[in-house]
Design a protein around this ligand. Sequence first.
Ligand code: ADE
Length: 357
Amino acid sequence: MIVKDEDKKINNKALKSTANPDLSASQIKNEDSYENNIRPLTFDDYIGQNSIKQTLKISIEASKKRNTHLDHLLFYGPPGLGKTTLAGIIANELNADIKITSAPSIERPRDIIGILMQLKEGDVLFIDEIHRLNKIAEEILYPAMEDFTIDLTTGKTQTVKTMRIPIPKFTLIGATTKAGALSGPLRDRFGIIHRLEFYTTEELAQIVKRTAKILNFEIDESGALEIAKRSRCTPRIANRLVKRSADWAIVKGDGKITQKIASDALCALDIDEMGLDVTDRALLKLMITSFDGGPVGIETLAVALGEDIRTIEDVYEPFLIQKGYIARTPRGRKATKSAYEHLGIKQDVSQLGLFKN
Ligand code: ADE
């Protein structure tokens, strides 16, 4: 049974304490351990996404009362908004173990079969980037999701035999930045589908304070707000900026994260007061100076910027669209008036409305 190195088995029952040594040691990749150590483990500690939390709590309670497995769930939305965190909380609330993997690491049929055959009754299987699952793995998953069976084939072409093997009832949680890229049959097999929303500044400020507290960093209200405002509405970024601001506070201040410390730290990182980083601004500037503000195709932008299309679409664009700096039109992307204003570039009003939509 092959389970790839990247596949991580997390025992949620053992995760109840925040400083779980198992978590940062062997089970999670090193670069993830900071994020994992500050992940909330209960709905009460999870800030934001309130309507999703409410409906999930009901579904979990109902499945417990009916003594049956929770329906398969799909979370979609931009990266860093807490899809993995929610999956961990759900497993925790179900008192179940969670197996975490990502679609690109499931290459061969035996990879997905191995994962499915290892599951125990009630386990949660989390597959990140589920839109990248290959066709064969997807087809193995269909009966597993629907009937909790795996169809195994043995023998060569002439003597091929199919065996239907039952597997324990489990809950699949899929996460994706691109719900539209999921095949219809796969999407239809999820009973619960939620889109995660960007966070408000107030929610992010609460997350920042919670993280600082867990890590024993001193922070005041204005310092938390400064970080929150510049975090692209995204908890993962807010948590990263807490760490960078704490470094700055230790070296340049007295250890406390204040508004000035946070502002200086983030300016040094080239993150502006709206949370845009160097690449965000380069993208907007490119659209304005090289393409007259657009419309311009994503392929052209990717080549000119030297970034891949997927990174622009998944990482940069959602926030810039949410903040109203970019508009998507049938003919391509356009820089909005706010983008011109933010970069301090004068818009050629004579061209507004002409030749463009
Ligand atoms: N860390 C990352 N996301 C979080 C959230 N939504 N609530 C609390 N802490 C978090």
